[in-house]
Design a protein around this ligand. Structure first.
Ligand SMILES: CSCCC(=O)C(=O)COP(=O)(O)O
Ligand SMILES: [Mg+2]
Length: 286
């Protein structure tokens, strides 16, 4: 087995989710289809609620910023002109969300709405919490999406939970940094195969602190944790994120998982690679 020695100055492990703790297939084939298939009904049901209106305002603001982009979908302001007008605005929001998702945009506006939709799905019982890791089920007309046991559509790779427990026993702090909203992250870790494992994490960060491809985000994270950037080891599948973190003096390792995007030969040579969290060696746990 390949072993990657964690530098002695590292006291914090910062984890990406999609492609790192969690198969890309789980996000793309289970979590995201739920959004696309339910967004219209969600908006129609929750439209009058303050939270939903805040989500729509944020999406509208994002749409204005995106107006120069090819295929961008504007969201008109809702007027008092009756039900037809309301349906036109809702359809524009649906089209905007689907357009953003077709590009796998990581905007805070999109991620916030997704998090609220997943929460509503849990609350309404559309999602079975005890088997969330391999079934994301809807009772509102959407076909049940079930992944067969042993395939890649589970919530977490099997090495994740044992490794995180071990790191914590060795005195490491463990944080999550994902484009998925903190609320969505907590749903995921709150419903793992091993039950609620939120207590394994010292905290969560999302794009509200900044985008993952921007170095400044990692400086802000270190500041928020109260450590130096060089005390952090960031594990991610995306080299653009690794590069931004490294520019901020964060240690990085690129995680190679089944279903992840391939790396170039240069990237394979340049970055420390791991295929499982069990390949990390902590001198302090020796
Ligand atoms: C429950 S987290 C949802 C995952 C998600 O929406 C996402 O965009 C994942 O991005 P990551 O930064 O974890 O690669
Ligand atoms: Mg990722």
């Amino acid at each position: 087995m390949v072993v990657l020695s964690v530098p002695a100055e590292v006291t914090v492990i910062l984890l990406d989710i999609e492609g790192t703790t969690t198969p890309i297939a789980f996000v793309k084939d289970i979590l995201f289809p739920y959004i696309k298939e339910n967004v219209k009904e969600y908006l129609q049901t929750h439209w009058e609620e303050e939270e939903c209106q805040e989500d729509v305002s944020l999406l509208r603001k994002q749409a204005e910023e995106d107006s120069h982009l090819d295929g961008a979908v504007p969201i008109p302001a809702a007027s008092e002109n009756g039900a037809d007008d309301l349906q036109r605005v809702i359809q524009a929001v649906v089209d905007n969300v689907c357009w953003q998702m077709s590009l796998d945009r990581k905007t805070t506006a999109l991620k916030q709405l997704q998090g609220h939709m997943w929460r509503a799905a849990f609350t309404a019982g559309h999602v079975k919490a005890d088997n969330f890791h391999r079934r994301f089920e809807s009772c509102c007309g959407v076909p049940e999406i079930t992944a067969a046991e042993g395939d890649s559509q589970v919530g977490f790779f099997e090495d994740v939970v044992p490794a995180v427990r071990k790191w914590r026993e060795a005195g490491m702090k463990v944080y999550i940094y994902s484009s998925g909203s903190v609320e969505a992250q907590k749903l995921l870790f709150g419903h793992s195969t091993e039950g609620d494992i939120l207590e394994l994490f010292d905290g969560h960060f999302d794009t509200k602190i900044g985008h993952k491809v921007e170095s400044e985000s990692y400086r802000k994270i270190a500041n928020s944790i109260g450590c130096s950037t060089s005390n952090i080891l960031f594990l991610t599948d995306v080299t653009l994120e690794a590069s931004a973190a490294e520019e901020a003096d964060v240690h990085v390792a690129v995680v190679v998982r089944p279903g992840n995007a391939g790396l170039t030969d240069d990237e394979k040579t340049y970055y420390s690679l791991i295929t499982s969290f069990s390949e990390l060696y902590l001198p302090s746990s020796a």
